[in-house]
Design a protein around this ligand. Structure first.
Ligand code: ZN
Length: 233
């Protein structure tokens, strides 16, 4: 019922999840994608998803044959219940708890739980997410232990043998660019640079050698620094 060679990729339209999508297409025979609309303060990242998939299909015929359905789930309730800089027009800052106010409590747990429910129905075994403990901005739900605990909970709660895959867990942003190059060469690096968006401000007008973005928000900083470190070993 659940083939070993199937995967569902949590694909937001950013650099990390785009790299994870390529990683999954390289490994599994059937790969579907899922995204979440939780009333982010901009839609630019969600809009990048379609463009990136089209680019993949155009430039990578072998992967195109494996790339299956895409869906975007409406999780606007998450925006309703959280007061954060990702879902409200407020300045990005560090809160008293030491966490950035871009932290949406429970977000990755909720995403992975909904993804598993979809994977259950679609008969997909591997659930792939771009969370990372190395550059994790302090988000506790990006930690390896959180994901491992959730895998146990989901498998018990749904009576399945899902594998939650985290290809980026122990690598930094420079190594994420290197991984993209290893998977799809310069063509994939270019596609990620040009089509994905990581910027918290949703700036699609300003372009840099590492891609589009405001260049000053924490997400742009991480992306730009990683690109520079990858380019200058
Ligand atoms: Zn930015």
């Amino acid at each position: 019922m659940m083939s070993d060679s199937t995967a569902l990729v949590l694909f937001s339209g950013g650099q990390d999840s785009a790299t994870c999508l390529a990683w999954a297409l390289d490994r599994f025979e059937r790969v579907e994608t899922i995204g979440f609309d939780y009333r982010q303060r901009h839609r630019a990242e969600l809009d990048a998803r379609g463009a990136f998939r089209v680019g993949l299909e155009r430039d990578f015929p072998k992967w195109a044959a494996r790339l299956g359905e895409d869906r975007v789930l409406d999780l606007s309730v998450l925006g309703e219940i959280s007061e954060t800089a990702l879902t409200r027009e407020v300045e990005i800052a560090t809160t008293e708890s030491g966490l950035p106010n871009t932290f949406v409590p429970g977000r990755n747990i909720i995403f992975l739980t909904f993804a598993a429910a979809v994977a259950y129905r679609r008969g997909l075994k591997h659930v792939v997410t771009g969370v990372c403990e190395t550059d994790f901005s302090g988000y506790p739900d990006c930690r390896d232990d959180t994901v491992k605990a959730l895998q146990v909970a989901l498998n018990l709660g749904m009576e399945r043998r899902f594998v939650l895959e985290t290809p980026l867990m122990w690598i930094d942003k420079a190594q994420t660019w290197a991984l993209a190059e290893r998977l799809g060469g310069a063509a994939l690096v270019d596609l990620i640079r040009e089509r994905t968006l990581t910027c918290y401000q949703g700036d699609i007008k300003t372009t840099h050698e590492w891609g589009r973005g405001c260049g000053v928000c924490p997400a742009c900083e991480l992306r730009a620094n990683g690109f520079t470190r990858w380019k200058t070993p």
